[in-house]
Design a protein around this ligand. Structure first.
Ligand SMILES: [Cu+2]
Length: 161
């Protein structure tokens, strides 16, 4: 139970911001606005968020890896009787010419058994594996404890509304 509560805290209980669309859609699948959050003392799990932009045919995110953790799970978040619950999912559909946001209170990447604490300013390497697009490497910038949005100016070629 304590573990579940900690996970819920790690996953963010406050709403995240909506991100703007890139000015020009790149070919196929790209991942933008990747960020993570510093971990409190003693925590062994972390989170990462990003946005998947697909300018091609439908695809599917089938896994995430990081050298910073023993394994990375994909979690969805649902409200159940006023309680926020996370559920592991094996894959996430990425619609054709669509986008999927991993964000606080929603889908997120959960880093299990971190090899060391995440500190603000760290850069966290992630590799996302798509069924069709293959592997996409992403660098997530670690924000401070309690951060709820991606850092500004971390996204080349994108603009904010
Ligand atoms: Cu989670």
């Amino acid at each position: 139970m304590r573990r579940a509560i900690l996970f819920a805290l790690m996953c963010g209980l406050v709403g995240g911001a909506r991100m703007a669309a890139p000015a020009t859609l790149p070919p196929s699948v790209t991942v933008t606005r990747a960020w993570s959050r510093a971990t409190p003392p003693g925590a062994t799990v972390g989170v990462a968020y990003f946005e998947i932009v697909n300018s091609g045919a439908g695809d599917e995110l089938t896994g995430i890896d990081s050298p910073a953790a023993q394994r990375v799970e994909m979690h969805s978040t649902t409200m159940n009787g006023g309680l926020m619950q996370m559920r592991q999912t094996d894959s996430v559909a990425v619609p054709a010419h669509g986008r999927v946001a991993f964000e606080p209170q929603g889908l997120h990447a959960m880093l299990i058994a971190l090899r060391k604490p995440l500190k603000e300013g760290d850069r966290l390497a992630l590799t996302l594996t798509f069924r069709h697009a293959g592997k996409v490497d992403v660098t997530a910038v670690v924000q401070g404890l309690g951060a709820e949005t991606a850092p500004p100016n971390d996204d080349h070629g994108a603009r904010r509304e």
